[in-house]
Design a protein around this ligand. Structure first.
Ligand SMILES: Nc1ncnc2c1ncn2[C@@H]1O[C@H](COP(=O)(O)OP(=O)(O)OP(=O)(O)O)[C@@H](O)[C@H]1O
Length: 293
């Protein structure tokens, strides 16, 4: 369904993406995460045919997206600031969705507009940020495109609407499995939906893993400087804070029963780090200089 082989891309001679590889032949929901300017939007544009790969090949649902008018039947890219016309209301936007998506599901679109309680006649330019996100979600899901890409799909959604979005996406995916890519700065907001997480760092796809595995990594250790230093010695240290005689570090290791037992025996307090903190530390430049392992 998606084949990305040795993809590289540069803007004005500056490498943005280098040697990106990933292949998915089965439907999957993927979370895409990376720091500002890491290349997420660039990758999404290449997958949807808006940019041309510099090197390597990209295939989505059997087609090469760039310069291919057929690509819109295979990929829907729902950008964060979708350029809906200033004069459009919801009904106009749905007409646009129907026109440009071969697998368009009008019933689903109507149901989602009702679930999200979006006013059909109000101009989209007067919608709140969350309402704009909702219309984008409705069109993206109703497109039923084999690859559907959402950029910041939880932007502006309150907790209730986020729950509605999760349910709508999972119901739609259950009924019509396809590949869905969710790009977000806040991994915790999309991670509950994602089977896999892709992380862009250092101009490439640094991690592409099952969510459960990646999520289990990143562990805080705290205790006396001596005990923590001795225990953490063989691990990659992602973050370190000293407070008097106490030391708190984050190590790049999965939280396992064995690690807990050993930490207990060493007199070190152990706690799972929040996922977002782990990813931020994993991708910060200083982390690479502190490698112990
Ligand atoms: N049209 C362009 N011309 C030149 N450089 C660009 C262009 N678009 C993006 N870039 C550069 O490419 C790099 C990657 O940008 P991109 O928008 O893909 O990152 P991103 O991960 O989506 O960032 P953010 O999380 O901040 O939205 C950045 O350094 C950006 O300045």
């Amino acid at each position: 369904m998606i084949k990305v082989n040795n993809l590289s891309f540069a803007y004005d001679g500056t490498n943005i993406l280098k040697d990106v590889n990933f292949n998915e032949s089965e439907p999957v929901i993927i979370g895409l995460w990376g720091r500002n300017g890491s290349g997420k939007t660039t990758l999404m544009k290449i997958l949807s045919g808006l940019e041309k790969p510099g090197h390597g090949t990209v295939e989505v649902d059997g087609v090469t997206p760039y310069n291919n008018s057929d690509a819109m039947n295979h990929v829907a890219f729902m950008q964060e600031d979708h350029p809906y016309s200033d004069i459009w209301n919801v009904n106009d936007a749905l007409k646009f969705g129907k026109e440009f998506n071969a697998n368009w599901d009008q019933q689903l679109a109507d149901d989602l507009i009702d679930i999200f309680q979006l006013p059909r006649k109000k101009k989209i330019r007067n919608f709140s940020t969350g309402m704009k996100t909702m219309i984008t979600i409705a069109i993206g899901l109703a497109s039923k495109a084999p690859l559907t890409i959402f950029d910041e799909p939880s932007n502006g959604l309150d907790a209730h609407m986020r729950k509605q979005f999760y349910e709508a996406l999972l119901d739609s995916y259950d009924e019509h499995p396809r590949t869905i890519l969710l790009s977000s700065h806040h991994i915790e907001e999309v991670e509950p939906l994602c089977e896999k997480i892709a992380i862009i760092d250092n101009n490439t796809l640094m991690h592409y893993e099952e969510t459960e595995e990646l999520k289990n990594s990143g562990v805080h250790l705290s205790g006396s400087v001596d005990a923590v230093t001795a225990f953490a010695g063989s691990y990659r240290i992602l973050e370190s804070r000293k407070l008097g005689k106490q030391l708190n570090v984050m190590i790049d290791a999965p939280m396992t029963d064995d690690l807990k037992t050993r930490a207990d025996q060493a007199g070190v307090m152990i706690e799972k780090a929040p996922f977002q903190d782990y990813l931020v530390n994993l991708t910060k430049k200083e982390a690479k200089q502190n490698e112990h392992a």
